[in-house]
Design a protein around this ligand. Structure first.
Ligand SMILES: NC(=O)c1ccc[n+]([C@@H]2O[C@H](COP(=O)([O-])OP(=O)(O)OC[C@H]3O[C@@H](n4cnc5c(N)ncnc54)[C@H](OP(=O)(O)O)[C@@H]3O)[C@@H](O)[C@H]2O)c1
Length: 305
C-alpha cells in the first residue's frame, strides 16, 4: 500500500469532514502535500502562495479528492496582502478549524520591506503573526494553529538591530532568527489563549531536513540542484514525512488539548533556551504589533469584558 502523510502520521481513521483548513505555503513542498492530505481526510482546504498556476494545480487535485478547495494568492512581504487573505477567509468560510502557518523560506539577498523590517523576518514571522491574530475571532473554539519553525532556530538569539537593518545581512542568520521567532510566537500565543480561557491550541514544529522540497530554490548557483540530489538518501527527511509532521499536529486525536509545545517531526522536543525565555516571547509579541502598527492582540485590555 502507498504511504501517505496521513498514514505516516497514523491518522487515516480521522474524519475531517465539515472542517476547513488554511495551509499557507501550499503551492509547493511540505505545505502542498499536507494540504492534499487534509483534503483526503475530508477537510475543505484553502490553498495559499504566490504562484497561481501551482496553487490551482493543488486545488484541482483537492477537488478530485472531494474537497471544496480554492486558491488564495497573497505575498507575505505585503501587509495589505495578508490582511486581504484574512478577509477572504472570513467572508468565504464560516470558521477555520486548522491554520497551518507554513509559508516561508531562505532568502539570499537582504532587503527591507515597506514595514521597515528585514524581508526574511517579515515573510517568515511577521506575516503569520498578522494573519493568525487577524483571524483569531474566526477560529473554531477547538481550532489548531500550527507553525512551521526549524531546528535552525538553535543558532539564533533575538536581535532587533538585525531585524530593522540589512547592513550585515546573512541568509542563514536571518533564517535562524525568523525560525526562533516562529517558536516564541507559537508558545506566546498558546499562553495568551490559555490566559483568555480559550481552547484553541498553538504548537510549532521542525519538519525535518528536507532537500526534496522547493526550500533551496532562492539560493544561488548549483545549491538547489545539489539539495535535490540528496532527496531519497536515508539520512534526509522526505517531503511526505515533513508533511506528516504537519498533518499529525493538525489532525491527530492524541494531541487534543496539547498546546505551547515544540515538535521535532512527530515528537515533542525542548527548543533552545532563547526560544523558551518568557520575557523574550513577550517582547516579540508586543514589538511585532508595533511593527505592524496594530493594537497588541490578546493583551489583557483586549480580552477583558
Ligand atoms: N525544507 C527543509 O529542509 C525545511 C526545514 C525546516 C523548516 N522548513 C520550513 O518549512 C516550510 C515550508 O518549506 P518547504 O521546505 O516546503 O519549501 P517550499 O517548497 O519552498 O515551500 C515554501 C512555500 O512558502 C511559500 N512562500 C515563500 N515565500 C512566500 C511569500 N513571500 N509569500 C507567500 N508565500 C510564500 C511558497 O509559495 P509561492 O512560491 O507560491 O509563493 C511555498 O508554497 C518553511 O516555513 C520552511 O522554513 C523547511
Amino acid at each position: 500500500m502507498t504511504e501517505t502523510p496521513e498514514s505516516r502520521a497514523g491518522v487515516t481513521d480521522v474524519d475531517l469532514s465539515g472542517t476547513t483548513a488554511l495551509v499557507t505555503g501550499s503551492t509547493s513542498g511540505i505545505g502542498r502535500e499536507a494540504a492534499l492530505s487534509l483534503g483526503r481526510l475530508g477537510a475543505d482546504v484553502l490553498v495559499h502562495g504566490r504562484d497561481e498556476t501551482a496553487g490551482n494545480e493543488v486545488v484541482d487535485e483537492l477537488v478530485d479528492a472531494g474537497s471544496d478547495a480554492r486558491f488564495v494568492e497573497a505575498d507575505f512581504a505585503s501587509i495589505e496582502d495578508v490582511n486581504a487573505l484574512a478577509e477572504t477567509v472570513r467572508t468565504e468560510t464560516s470558521e477555520l478549524d486548522v491554520l497551518l502557518n507554513n509559508a516561508g523560506g531562505l532568502f539570499r539577498t537582504g532587503r527591507l520591506t515597506d514595514a521597515g523590517v528585514e524581508y526574511t523576518f517579515h515573510v517568515n514571522h511577521l506575516a503569520p503573526y498578522l494573519l493568525t491574530t487577524n483571524l483569531l475571532g474566526h477560529l473554531a473554539p477547538d481550532a489548531r494553529v500550527v507553525t512551521t519553525a526549524s531546528e535552525a532556530h538553535r543558532g539564533a538569539q533575538p536581535n532587533w538591530d538585525a531585524v530593522t537593518s540589512v547592513d550585515d545581512y546573512s541568509t542563514f542568520g536571518a533564517y535562524s532568527r525568523s525560525k526562533l521567532a516562529n517558536i516564541q510566537f507559537s508558545i506566546e500565543l498558546a499562553h495568551r489563549l490559555d490566559a483568555a480561557d480559550d481552547e484553541i491550541t498553538s504548537n510549532a514544529l521542525h519538519p525535518g531536513a528536507i532537500p526534496g522540497s522547493g526550500f533551496a530554490r532562492f539560493l544561488p548557483g548549483p545549491i538547489p540542484r545539489a539539495m535535490q540530489l540528496l532527496d531519497g538518501l536515508p539520512f534526509v527527511t522526505s517531503v511526505d514525512d515533513g508533511a506528516a509532521a504537519l498533518v499529525n499536529l493538525a489532525a491527530s486525536d492524541r494531541l487534543e488539548g496539547v498546546s505551547g509545545r515544540y515538535f521535532d517531526q512527530q515528537q515533542i522536543r525542548t527548543p533552545s533556551s532563547a526560544a523558551l525565555d518568557p520575557d523574550s516571547q513577550h517582547d516579540l509579541w508586543t514589538r511585532s504589533a508595533e511593527f505592524l502598527d496594530i493594537d497588541v492582540p490578546l493583551s489583557e485590555a483586549s480580552t477583558q469584558g
